[in-house]
Design a protein around this ligand. Sequence first.
Ligand SMILES: [Zn+2]
Length: 446
Amino acid sequence: MRARSIPPLLLIGSVLTLALVPGGDSYTLLGHDLDFGVRDYRVFNDFEDVSANDNTTPHANFPGALGATLAIWKAGAEWGSTLHGDGTGDSTQSFDGIGSGGANFDFSYQGLATGPGPLWGNTHSALHASNTGLLAFTEFANGGWRIRYYDNWTWDDGPNSIGTGVYDLQSAATHEMGHALGLGHSSQVFSTMFSSMSAGTTSWRSLTSDDRQGVQAIYGAAAPGKPVITHATFDGLRVHLTGSGFSATGNEVWFTSKGPSAWGSQPIVTDVSSNGTSITVVPPVDAGNGDVLVRNTASGFESLSNAWPLALACSPISNYCPTTANSSGDGAVLGISGSQSVQANDLVLTARGVVPNQFSIFFYGQNQTSALVAGGTLCVGGPFYRLGIAQASAAGDVVYALDLNAPPDPAGQIQTGQTWNFQLWYRDPAGAGSDFSDALSIPFCP
Ligand SMILES: [Zn+2]
């Protein structure tokens, strides 16, 4: 993909030829298709621009991913056979949702990579080199592929509109993954597979009918027998899938790798039986948050289902914002006991280092800030919601059981897939009058 100001040129080397398709369509085909062993893709997130990793808002359709990783996951999901989950997760695609390729084709998102991998490692990564005309490119070898993004350009992970002069990572990833699956450049200027892209726009994130016809020309339109997942849940022990087109025996269930993983592998459970519309399976220990797919026993591209989001583990909680010393010591630090499960509703907020026997109040909100207030730093941005009053013990500890079914305000209702920030305000009469703890960012899961 080239920067728009540069005349479009053939960017792929001598190995591949772009062939025009007869019949008036504008897409072109590279002449290959992706077999099932090279549908997996990973992100080696070494993008250096702050704007490439400043989207810190999680989305339930893309559990566990943020920043550049989330942008690239959405790009792969856009080519899928049907909507990814309920199709939400990108405000620029609210008109048709994410996942409208309509072909017998679906990528398998595999989370983070441990490095850029080989030419056939199916990994996205930044290339720490300069190119004055080329934004990104796709390489092919041994049946696989690899995508690199020149980091002399400024990349932006969205998720909404982006600034002028910077390039939309999700748009570029959608384009390059079109190459990976076998599409060349289109002559239609509005199609995602057009050869050059403008700075400051996000329109290449969404496929046009020309792009959809292209992917269907390689893999066929989504066939009636193609397995389809319409719902997936994890009860803590087993994954329950609902859908259609599952074989009676011999299904494969594909999961996303947990944590950074090397190229070329993915957790798969084989020989899974089904009544045709539901599957229950124990996820492998190396499976994590991501997508789940089912491959039935049919031959051909139509044997692999759509990719459906599945949260197997909650992202870890994190402390942010430094605490400040108070009249009794180094300051108050937050922690939790219990779980981040909305269903379990057993989260307990804890604090140590509070001024002994003094009153305190936990409060929470979805935004973060940093402002000096009284003796400390206010770290939770508005709007925030105050929980009940709690008294510190003689040891300076505070324990507060959160009841997710009784929020202090309806707008403060905590739901699965959301991340909320918590902080403790407490009295310090011998110090600055009052003070704040550090803050906790807590993702909530099913
Ligand atoms: Zn291109």
